[in-house]
Design a protein around this ligand. Sequence first.
Ligand SMILES: Cc1ncc(COP(=O)(O)O)c(C=O)c1O
Length: 449
Amino acid sequence: MFPCNDPKLAINGGAPVRVARWAENLTLGEEETRAACEVLAGGRLSLFEGSHQPEPPFSFWGGPWIQRLEQAWCDYYGCRYAVTVNSATSGLYASVGALGIGYGDEVIVSPHTMSACAACALVYGAVPIFADVQLDTACLDPDSITAHITPRTRAIVVVHQFGTPADMDPIMALARQHGLKVIEDCAQAHGARYKGRYVGTIGDIGVFSLNVNKTIQTGEGGLCTTNDPELRYRLALIRNHGEAVVEAAGYEDITNIVGFNYRLTELQAAIGLEQLRRLDYFNRARIQYADLLNTALSRYSCCVPMVPGYGDAKSVSTFYVFNFRYLDEGLGVPRAALIAALNAEGMCFGPGYTAPLYLQPLYQRKLAFKHGYPFAAPENQLIETNYFPGACSKAELLAGQVISCEAVRLPHTLADMHQIVEAVDKVLSCLSNVAPSLARKQASGSPAA
Ligand SMILES: Cc1ncc(COP(=O)(O)O)c(C=O)c1O
């Protein structure tokens, strides 16, 4: 029950701030329709060929729209190669495979994210080790990575969580020092920058998602970026039944090149090309809306904005999701009650990731594949996993504190964002022990501590 019985609150029967529904992630326009129709009129929805023969239009590298999207991605991000895939999950799997990772290897991953970011190690027989995250970014903490490096560590999967860039300088320095590979998961971070550089171009491989919820989308889909020609070739082999072509191509290192199909279609590529053209437009709205909400929320000491604290204007979050940390100490209003009160006002808040990955059954039971593989593999017996409560204390704190809102995007407007602020003000100002701190801050003109 919400601990304030003010009848103005919608949770107590009052009129809600908003009755209109929140819009879907509507990113498609006329340009996408035109591009899709052009592909349909051509009659070929895929021109991939699982061999190096015959000559185009069928190709190991895909058809013209695939190649156009990959080139446009390289032009936007300033990287040498882009390899389309049918999801970021496929892209993460292909990346771990391309890096030659397998049994006996440890991969350092984040616990405060989506499952594929750790599962990508398991599918190749390697073992995910969870490092902790930073409270202000929800991205991997370089100090915690350091603490988890062992002689068996081979790679780090760095997630630019919620569109916020991870602290890449110290992470890359660690990787160089210990000979580790870095996969950047940019599924949520299209166009985000770290100290002026696009995320996805700093590590060995970047992985982007084009699923229906993402900033730009093709329904399902994804891309990998790299500057390394061999990694690009290995990614393309894994994407496209590589086992069938390596011999013909004279390529020796067939480890992990087993037969998958991660191919994107021409139709999706044509849509993706138009989406990429509008990425900056979408991101500008996200950044503007998130700035507005951050400013409003920072007036409450119980609401802590999550922003990258790298101290430079060139690190830019693109706010795939807007988050803040809710500190309920002393308020007597648990997070779930606050979310319920806000949503009764017609808002669309949620709790984000509510448990670190290592507390999921897959890790608790160490059961990915039959007979407990890969955990039970003889090569993995020396590996000490950290799948216990308390392993990553900040990730666990975030799982209990974050309140998130996915509405910080078009087609929503600034007026919609002002309604969110109105709802937050309405609910928080009804709580007697929040209001004084607000008044104190307003009186002193100082932002939240
Ligand atoms: C951080 C992160 N990585 C990977 C993925 C997987 O993306 P996809 O749905 O394209 O497989 C997602 C999707 O939600 C994600 O948020």
